[in-house]
Design a protein around this ligand. Structure first.
Ligand code: UT7
Length: 319
């Protein structure tokens, strides 16, 4: 029994916030932001939309595209760093309620920007062990809730949004999730963090940007090299390289080190900014909707985030 990636969906908040908006708030310019990050604009959820609302809307699309109903889902996993409630209930519980899913295990994953890859790894294990049949995985962020809009080191980098997928059983290895590898190093806890619970005066995200940048490039490159070698994959086997969208310079540096072509690389950072756990599934959804992602295509996923956490995956799309 193998785990297969059956469907992808996303939800994009309506408000578009351009770089110009930040020029009035912090000491920055549109030119600086675009040159250093590749970001032109990001999406921002409305005041009455929370992370669980974004996640629910993305999940509805993924469920419908998988050709199942919410009743068929037997595990709900939500990856987020901006949960509705800081400790409980989990965002996955709230999404289950909104989808009308009852009596089904639901929990959150706290792995920051690597959260969707972690969720994929857990879903794969539950399916392959025979314990679950249809796992709903979600990456959802209302990152605007954890941004300090006076901190120019970080506030212009992040955006809101959600992506979701259904992972189901298959007997066809050729249509399965080939491999997912995830890792972490708590020694790097200080490069990227949100104090939040236990530090009620500070609910905002903090980052040592340049340090994070350098570690991310190194880690992401070696992580992809490892998963490709382990599975005897070469560059030509990959149709779409879908990395976490933090900074275009990171993606280009990793792409260059790995000799990936421009047509393999998927870039959404310009229009969505960094949507943390939502960035990979939102990029994947764009590829599905514009026709680049079709049944049988091979995706290479790669992410790095606070923790530090990182992970990569080789996935055949079976939607
Ligand atoms: O999603 C999880 C993983 N996240 C990442 O991987 C993000 C990693 N980091 C980055 O994307 C980049 O490090 C940043 C975009 C955050 C910063 O770019 P950088 O090229 O590393 O810039 P820097 O931090 O080295 O700063 C360069 C200069 C500094 O001025 P001086 O010291 O050269 O005079 C900063 O004070 O840019 C200044 N600066 C700004 N200037 C205008 C920092 N932030 C800004 C700003 N606008 N918003």
């Amino acid at each position: 029994m193998y785990a297969s990636f059956k469907s992808i969906g996303a939800y994009k908040p309506k408000e578009v916030r351009t770089n110009k908006w930040f020029e009035d708030k912090i000491d920055t310019t549109d030119e600086w932001i675009f040159k250093r990050t590749g970001i032109k604009e990001r999406l921002v959820a409305s005041e009455n939309e929370n992370t669980s609302d974004l996640g629910t809307k993305a999940a509805e699309v993924a469920i419908q595209r998988a050709g199942i109903t919410a009743k068929d889902v037997d595990l709900v996993i939500c990856a987020t760093l901006s949960p509705d409630f800081s400790a409980m209930p989990s965002t996955a519980c709230l999404i289950s309620e909104k989808l009308g899913i009852k009596d089904v295990m639901a929990f959150d994953i706290s792995a920051a920007c690597t959260g969707f890859v972690y969720a994929l790894s857990v879903a794969k294990a539950f399916i392959e062990s025979g314990m679950k049949k249809n796992v709903l995985i979600i990456g959802a962020e209302k990152a605007s809730n954890v941004m300090d809009y006076t901190d120019r080191n970080i506030c212009m980098l992040f955006g809101d949004g959600a992506g979701a997928a259904i992972i189901s059983r298959t007997e066809d290895k050729e249509k399965s999730i080939i491999d997912v590898q995830c890792s972490a190093d708590g020694n790097l806890k200080e490069i990227l963090y949100i104090p939040g619970v236990g530090s009620p005066d500070d609910k905002f995200m903090h980052m040592k940007g340049n340090e994070t940048f350098k570690i991310a490039v190194k880690t992401l490159t070696s992580d992809v090299e490892k998963i490709m070698a382990k599975n005897n994959y070469v560059n030509e086997d990959i149709d779409l390289f879908i990395p976490h969208q933090a900074n275009i310079r990171i993606i280009k540096a990793v792409g260059k080190a790995l000799n990936l072509t421009d047509s393999q690389k998927v870039l959404t950072v310009e229009k969505y900014g960094n949507t943390s756990a939502a960035s990979i599934p939102m990029a994947m959804n764009d590829c599905f909707e514009d026709g680049r992602l079709t049944n049988g295509k091979t995706m290479l996923l790669d992410a790095f985030g606070g923790g530090a956490t990182w992970g990569s995956a080789i996935v055949k799309f079976n939607g």
